[in-house]
Design a protein around this ligand. Structure first.
Ligand SMILES: Cc1ncc(COP(=O)(O)O)c(C=O)c1O
Length: 357
């Protein structure tokens, strides 16, 4: 199995020798603060958040609260502007543009490819099986000498299912580069997390977000959990003040609201079961794929037409029929009961319309 030294040896040389930006407040953060060219007369708007001051670049309070929430150590945590920032950050640390490649397992979240393209990093693909699990032999075959990162997504977007734990461990044990496990939807199935496995696997980076179960997509707050030596580099290449004062504050408030979050997760999971049952009795719905997340992928003929017509009728869902193994599919986010009822009404209406010549 790979060691942390093997992993650190794969860091791009310019990053390995980078001197990160430092500010005076890394050394001193109290007293009369005349070090950062802030406005000593205060901010344009009233707020308790000291908006005339730069936010804490080290996210110390958030680190402590999130570490306690997830049962990991504060030095195993990186925070970014959504987990999308962490995806880009990890690529920039390990992949030399024009030289290295990363591996994805389609159908999967689209940003891995976009970030790879932005960074001029090649992409190889090892498609999931038709039941949306890892195809281990295909994945092993797709690993090349220059493959630095494998992106796995569990629960997977757009399919909703979690990956088999044994398969993910197999990848972690056999690949000598970084394995990212994107857990954006993990709070809907918390037993399936790999967060604590960072203790045993120095090549594991787990991504999480407050955008889904916490209902905080608007503040843009995502986390990476990994070996502290990897986290040190993730922190050193981020923009110093990547998280603003509103986000830091709202993140702390959200973590403290764990009872409300637990209720919302339960309600969404219950609603997913209900919606699934309702869809199941519509004969035209051919497949409802098993989901551990706050969305359902369904197969229905004329999916693209349904997608456009549904939006005309006021319900926006996502066409996913152009993704690998996802022919004629739609991805439906679980809404409130009223929203789901409206979705069902619209869907039934469109099915009728499509039947009438
Ligand atoms: C699998 C997956 N990862 C990451 C993200 C990005 O989340 P964030 O809002 O934290 O950037 C999403 C958003 O939809 C997602 O589906």
């Amino acid at each position: 199995m790979v060691t942390i030294d093997d992993i650190l040896a794969k860091i791009r040389p310019n990053i390995a020798k980078l001197t990160p930006y430092r500010c005076a407040r890394d050394d001193f953060d109290s007293g009369i603060l005349l070090d950062a060219n802030e406005n000593s007369f205060g901010s344009a708007i009233d707020s308790d958040l000291e908006l005339h001051r730069y936010p804490d670049p080290h996210h110390a309070k958030l680190c402590k609260a999130y570490a306690a929430y997830r049962g990991v150590n504060p030095d195993q945590l990186f925070f970014g502007v959504g987990s999308d920032e962490a995806i880009d950050n990890i690529i920039r640390i390990f992949c030399e543009p024009g030289q290295h490649s990363l591996l994805i397992t389609p159908p999967t979240y689209g940003m891995y490819k976009v970030s790879a393209n932005i960074n001029n990093v090649q992409i190889s693909e090892a498609p999931l099986t038709k039941s949306f699990q890892l195809d281990i032999p295909a994945l092993k075959d797709a690993i090349e000498d220059n493959t630095r990162i494998i992106f796995l997504c569990s629960p997977n977007n757009p399919t909703g299912n979690t990956l088999n734990r044994e398969d993910v461990l197999e990848v972690l044990k056999n690949f000598d580069g970084i394995v990212v496990v994107d857990e954006a939807y993990i709070d809907f199935c918390p037993d399936k997390t790999f967060a604590k496995d960072v203790e045993d696997y120095p090549n594991l980076v787990v991504l999480q977000t407050l955008s889904k179960a916490f209902g905080m997509a608007g503040i843009r707050l995502g986390a990476a959990i990994a070996h502290r030596s990897i986290i040190r580099f993730m922190r050193s290449i981020k923009a110093p003040y990547n998280l603003n004062s509103y986000t830091l504050n709202a993140g702390l408030e959200a973590l403290a609201a764990n009872e409300k979050v637990a209720k919302s997760v339960k309600a969404l999971n219950d609603e997913r079961v209900w919606l699934s049952e309702q869809l199941d009795v519509i004969p035209e719905v051919e497949t409802i794929f098993p989901s551990d997340a706050n969305f359902l992928l369904i197969r229905i003929q004329k999916a693209k037409q349904i997608y456009y017509r549904s939006a005309e009728l006021g319900v926006v869902i996502r066409y996913r029929g152009d993704q690998m193994h996802c022919e004629e599919t739609l991805r439906i986010t679980i809404g409130t009961r009223a929203e789901n009822e409206e979705l069902l009404k619209v869907l039934k209406q469109i099915i009728q319309e499509l039947k009438t010549p």
